[in-house]
Each structure stands twice: as structure tokens, then as C-alpha cells.
Write a new protein. Structure first.
Length: 453
């Protein structure tokens, strides 16, 4: 039998290994004289984060068109999320193309790109507060709880699902309170201890990068001490936005490694979940950080958000998945963008997620292939994008059910209006027609209307 040889690999197939090298931050005027040791210092990164239009101007004012800066200043004013961007992220943006840069799109709003919200967008679209038995704890899935012990992050994402609570108040949103004090943490621990079905706890926020080493240890030990808790996940976007913390905050890494080791001794699984969305968020600094975590026995999974203009084409999503795998981060989930206020231009359709899933599957090993998920608005939890009961592509309405989470209920995700036909957009502008379209989709999902063959 003749064995077929594969042709030599095209070098473009190895693009995921080509990470940004060197002192790339020096292209930014404000960092031109910053040496490597300073740039890798997480305290310096925190102190020099950009929070206002004036700080943005002082950092990049000489390399960007003033019209863009005025546009951004108005974007800052209208955004439901406060802006906070680390020098690492500023340096990763290609300021020659600020309007289309995938990293700028995620963190710095510009007024001219904002679109009106879809009528079904709400501030807490996942209804996390409805499933919260004590402040700062969400208990939605039977065996899993989400613990939210802080409200701050090193960088604020424009599209944050938890924009109802994360970051400082903004002109348009007064933030809800989470469990930000140790007293409130103990209420959460007591609740988890009182519920024997809870085996899995996600510690999020906010971002656990912001917890002190002492508090990582306090929270980790308290949760590991609960006999029925078997799995902990520390959630941080830090690896994407400030990876140097892993290299320069030894006490934080030691505290986390200590909890991982304690967990292992008890037969319990402790992992890190991170949140990288664009392949060029990953640089040599990220690779050194993930190598350090791997060396310390700390395993990392990634949860991306599918974002228009950031990762919603096949080439970029495939590159992201392969680059994460290359640095030993498992590409676990890709979430369809939640129905978050003020970021309509960042959302994609359910169909986009379905098409991407089909294209990405098969490009690498199955365990490194992400699940494409819709977190069902209204509290249905994470559903495989393909598992809708009905999908009205013309009006952009997908109906999901979640029998193990909320039996008997239906949940609706809506595609962004900008991708719909002008006729469908006109229908969404009329409240009575909105109700009729939704009722019709629900009736189809329940099999009460026959879909033409
Ligand atoms: S890091 Fe997470 S919690 Fe913080 S703003 Fe971004 S998405 Fe929200």
C-alpha cells in the first residue's frame, strides 16, 4: 500500500508561534525611554494606566490624529463602563489604525462607532442578581457557585457582562454592590458550606489579579476546607492585559501556587481561568508568564468573548485558538457576546458563532477546540450555540431551553440589529411588532407553528 506524504507545511500555518518580541512598547511616545525591568513591573503598569481622555492624549497624543482623540473623549463620556487601560494594552494597539484595531475596540470607546442598543438589551442581561442568595454569590447551576469578592479589575473591558457592578460609577450607571469585604465573604462561605450539592466554585469579580496574596490564601483555604467543594477556579483577565504581574508579583504567584498545592494534596482541582480575545494580546511577555505558571503546576483555561472586529473571522479565531494552545492555555469557551449596554457595535450573530465553530473544529486537537456558547439571557446559563429550539434568522431571534437549570422556561438571544435586513430593523423599532416576533419565535420553539419545509 502506498503511503501518502503530506506536502511541506506552508509557513503561514505556523503564524501562531510568531509572538511579538522585543521592547515593542517603545513605539509609544510616553514609554520611549522605559526599560524592560520597568515595563515588566506590575506596580508601574498599574500606576501608569490610562483612565481619562487627558491621560490618553498625554500617552499617544503625538502619534494619533486629534480627531480620533476627540472621538475617544466623547466615547469615554458616554460609556457605561469606566475606562482603565494598562500600558501593556496601550502598547499592544496598532495606533496607525486606531479605528479598526481589535484591542482598541475592546477597551477604548469612540463615540462615532457606537450604535443604539437593541431594544432587548438590559444592564444585567444574565440576571445574575436574581440567582444571588447572598451578596456577591450567584448560585444558578445545581453544583456550581460564582463568588464575586471584589469589583475592580486591572483593565476594564467595554463589553463586561457585569457592567452593572464592576468598576467605579459612571455617568450612566450606578454600580450594584458585590461582596467586597471579608465579612460578606464569610456569608458566602457559610452559604456554600450549607449547600452540599455545591462542588465547584468560580472566584471571579472583578478580577482575582486585584486580590492581595493574603486574600488569595484566605479565600482559597476557606473554600478548600469545605468538604464537598471539589473544584476551584480563579478567574483573571490579567494574563491578557497585564501578564507581567506573573513575572514581578512573586507573592501573588506563591499564594496561588500554595492553594493549588493544598488542593492537590486534598485531591481537589484548582485552576486559573483567563480571558484572551485577540491573538495579538499574546506577546513574549504572556508566553513567559504562562511558562512560569506551568512550571509552578498551575493550569490555565481560556474563555473568549466573540467580538465583531476582534475575532469574528475564521483566520483570527483559528490563530487565537492555536496561539493559546502554543502557550499551554486551553481554549475552553468562546461566548457569543452578551446583551450588554453601550457596545452594540461589538456584538455578532448566533450564525457567526455556528460558522466559526464549523471552521475551527478540526484545525487542532479536540481538547484544544473551544465550545461555542450562548449564555442564555435571563439566566438560562451556558448553552451550546447549536442547541437552539428555534432560530429566526430573518429577525435575529434564537430560542434556547435549559432543562437542567431552569426547567420549563425559554430564553431568547437576539442578533445585533445592524446585521438584519432593513425590513427586520424596521420591525424591531415598533414595540407591538417586537412582541409579535418574540411570541412567534416562542410558538415555533414549542412546536405550535409548523415551519415550512
Ligand atoms: S476583566 Fe472581567 S470582570 Fe473585569 S471588566 Fe473585563 S470582563 Fe468585566
Amino acid at each position: 500500500m502506498q503511503h501518502q506524504q503530506k506536502p511541506p507545511v506552508d509557513p503561514s500555518a505556523l503564524a501562531h508561534r510568531a509572538l511579538r518580541e522585543g521592547a515593542f512598547w517603545r513605539a509609544i511616545p510616553a514609554y520611549a525611554e522605559v526599560d524592560e525591568a520597568t515595563f515588566l513591573d506590575h506596580i508601574w503598569q498599574g500606576k501608569h494606566s490610562v483612565k481619562t481622555p487627558e491621560e490618553l492624549f498625554a500617552t499617544i497624543g503625538t502619534i494619533v490624529d486629534p480627531a480620533f482623540l476627540n472621538d475617544a473623549a466623547e466615547g469615554f463620556r458616554r460609556a457605561p463602563m469606566a475606562v482603565r487601560v494598562s500600558p501593556y494594552i496601550i502598547a499592544a494597539i496598532d495606533w496607525r489604525r486606531p479605528y479598526s484595531d481589535p484591542i482598541r475596540r475592546q477597551f477604548i470607546p469612540v463615540a462615532s462607532q457606537l450604535l443604539p442598543d437593541h431594544p432587548l438589551v438590559t444592564l444585567d442581561s444574565l440576571h445574575e442578581q436574581d440567582d444571588s442568595p447572598v451578596q456577591g454569590l450567584t448560585h444558578r447551576y445545581p453544583d456550581k457557585a460564582l463568588f464575586l469578592p471584589l469589583q475592580t479589575c486591572p483593565v476594564y473591558c467595554r463589553f463586561c457582562t457585569r457592567s452593572y457592578a464592576i468598576g467605579p460609577h459612571t455617568e450612566s450607571v450606578d454600580k450594584a454592590a458585590l461582596a467586597k469585604t471579608p465579612d460578606l465573604w464569610h456569608q458566602a462561605f457559610a452559604y456554600i458550606a450549607s449547600r452540599p450539592e455545591l462542588e465547584d466554585v468560580v472566584i471571579s469579580g472583578g478580577d482575582t489579579f486585584q486580590l492581595s496574596p493574603k486574600n488569595i490564601t484566605t479565600i482559597g483555604e476557606a473554600l478548600l476546607a469545605i468538604p464537598h467543594v471539589r473544584r476551584l477556579r480563579f478567574a483573571t483577565k490579567g494574563l491578557a492585559v497585564m501578564p507581567m504581574k506573573i513575572l514581578s508579583d512573586t507573592a501573588w504567584v506563591d499564594a496561588l501556587a500554595g492553594i493549588v498545592e493544598k488542593g492537590r494534596a486534598l485531591g481537589k482541582d484548582v485552576m486559573v481561568h483567563t480571558h484572551v480575545n485577540a491573538p495579538n494580546e499574546i506577546t513574549w511577555i504572556t508566553q513567559r508568564a504562562t511558562e512560569e505558571l506551568f512550571r509552578r503546576g498551575i493550569l490555565v483555561r481560556n474563555q473568549s468573548v466573540l467580538i465583531h472586529g476582534v475575532n469574528d473571522d475564521v483566520e483570527t479565531m483559528t490563530l487565537l485558538v492555536k496561539r493559546l494552545s502554543w502557550i499551554n492555555v486551553h481554549p475552553y469557551y468562546v461566548y457569543v457576546h452578551d446583551l450588554v449596554q453601550g457596545v452594540e457595535e461589538l456584538r455578532t450573530s448566533i450564525q457567526t458563532a455556528i460558522d466559526l465553530e464549523k471552521a475551527v473544529r478540526g484545525t487542532t486537537a479536540g481538547f484544544n477546540t473551544p465550545l461555542f456558547i450562548c449564555d442564555a439571557p435571563g439566566g438560562g446559563g451556558k448553552r451550546d450555540v447549536h442547541s437552539f429550539e428555534y432560530y429566526d434568522r430573518e429577525n435575529g431571534i434564537a430560542v434556547y431551553r435549559a432543562p437542567s437549570v431552569k426547567p420549563g422556561e425559554s430564553f431568547i438571544y437576539v442578533d445585533p440589529l445592524a446585521g438584519l435586513s432593513p425590513q427586520a430593523q424596521a420591525r424591531w423599532a415598533v414595540p407591538e411588532l417586537q412582541e409579535r416576533m418574540i411570541a412567534d419565535a416562542l410558538a415555533h420553539a414549542e412546536g405550535k407553528v409548523e415551519t415550512p419545509a
